[in-house]
Design a binder for this molecule. Structure first.
Ligand SMILES: [Zn+2]
Length: 406
């Protein structure tokens, strides 16, 4: 018994000693990293003999720190917004116009960058939602319902009307493509539409288009909006697909339309998307086809995208600026957005009187001057911080940056 207790004691003290040694080792390494890092920051000519010797002694640490610096710089470059100069832009747009004229099946992929002109923040731009949340800041936004289709939305609509664009695949939830007048069968809103709530108990799924953001109370894996289906009484849910969720709703996601469009596309034009999310959907890029048979890729984005190397052409400019030049090249007249013709007012289902207080978001009014009698227009949203709903909590999930021990 005594022996057993002894061995138990010794193994425990051994373990303790080992733990202690590990801690001391980590502490030593941390000090070396700190010291080497400090020396490396000095210009080579200003280093003392002693400091040079430190670098010589800890070559592995020097290499590791240099590798980290390279990675940091690369990441920084990828996040930078780059602008082509005027001549280059014109030249590139001419090439793009030619490709569009020759395309048999042009599909357009859109991201938040096409909505920034509508005062909706993009995700990964310097002031984007994702970037801000990464920095631990909360997002302030002017009311999303006040946003209107941008010039780019109207151009896409016009190009579809001219039969130049077959299908639009968007990762935006702002509903602005629908509001620009783009027919819904020509659109896949892969991450949902903030104005649409559905009853999945009804078959087929019953859709309720509203004139306000229905996602006020919803978040990751919590989609109930609190309102009820007029037909069966089940709770309605939003259509938003958060990070980490798989969207299975037929509409407004329309995956079938998106996959078919990608399969038959010979040209894909990506507008204002970092493609970091879209790249994860292999069926959008025809990855099962031989590289040579895949659609030709044209990208308009200010920042780096993971598909840049595969693109025929990468244009660094704001979408509205590119589209303005492009419409001149294609000789297409683009009507400006007219609220009285916004299809949302004809497809929307009005709330029942008892539901009038079921939300506190602003309601889109059919005309700017006239209120829409919701009783909610007095709510000032200028300082509202975007938390619940279609961006906010869902994006925050899993984004905590853990500091690696040195
Ligand atoms: Zn129902």
């Amino acid at each position: 018994m005594e022996e057993e207790a002894d061995s138990c004691f010794s193994s425990r003290s051994e373990r303790k000693a080992q733990e202690k040694a590990k801690i001391l080792q980590r502490e030593r390494e941390r000090k070396i990293f700190k010291l080497v890092g400090k020396v490396l920051k000095k210009p080579e000519g200003e280093r003392s003999e002693e400091e040079a010797a430190v670098l010589e002694l800890h070559r592995d640490t020097v290499e590791e720190l240099c590798r980290r610096e390279l990675r940091r710089n690369l990441l920084k470059r990828k996040q930078e917004e780059v602008f082509d100069d005027a001549d280059e832009l014109k030249h590139k747009v001419r090439q793009l116009a030619l490709a569009i004229k020759q395309a048999k099946n042009l599909v357009v992929y859109t991201g938040a960058g096409i909505s920034t002109a509508a005062s909706i923040p993009d995700y990964r731009g310097p002031n984007g939602v994702w970037t801000q949340l990464q920095k631990g800041r909360t997002i302030s936004s002017s009311d999303l319902s006040k946003a209107e289709p941008t010039y780019t939305h109207m151009c896409i609509r016009a190009m579809h009307k001219e039969k130049l664009v077959k299908h639009v695949v968007s990762q935006n939830c702002d509903g602005l493509h629908v509001r620009s007048g783009l027919p819904r069968q020509a659109l896949s809103e892969l991450h949902g539409n903030m104005f649409i709530e559905v009853c999945t108990s009804c078959s087929p799924v019953r859709e309720y288009v509203r004139l306000f953001d229905v996602t006020e109370r919803t978040s990751l894996h919590r989609h109930g909006t609190g309102r009820k289906c007029g037909r069966c009484g089940s709770e309605l849910r939003d259509t938003i697909v958060h990070f980490g969720e798989r969207g299975t709703l037929e509409q407004p996601l329309n995956w079938e339309g998106a996959a078919h469009a990608a399969k038959t596309a010979d040209v894909i034009l990506c507008l204002g998307s970092s493609l970091k999310v879209l790249k994860k959907y292999p069926c959008l890029w025809c990855m099962n086809k031989a590289a040579i048979k895949r659609p030709k890729l044209y990208i308009v984005n200010l920042q780096w995208t993971p598909k840049d190397d595969l693109a025929m052409l990468k244009i660094h400019a704001k979408c509205d600026d590119v589209l303005k030049l492009l419409m001149e090249e294609l000789n297409i007249h683009v009507p400006s957005y007219n609220r009285t013709e916004d299809p949302i007012f004809t497809i929307a289902t009005p709330l029942k009187p008892e539901e009038a207080c079921s939300h506190s978001r602003d309601v889109i009014a059919p005309s700017v001057e006239r209120g829409f009698g919701s009783g909610h227009t007095e709510v000032s949203t200028e300082t509202t911080s975007v938390q619940g709903g279609w961006f906010g909590r869902g994006y925050r999930k899993g984004r905590t940056v853990k500091k690696k021990p040195l």
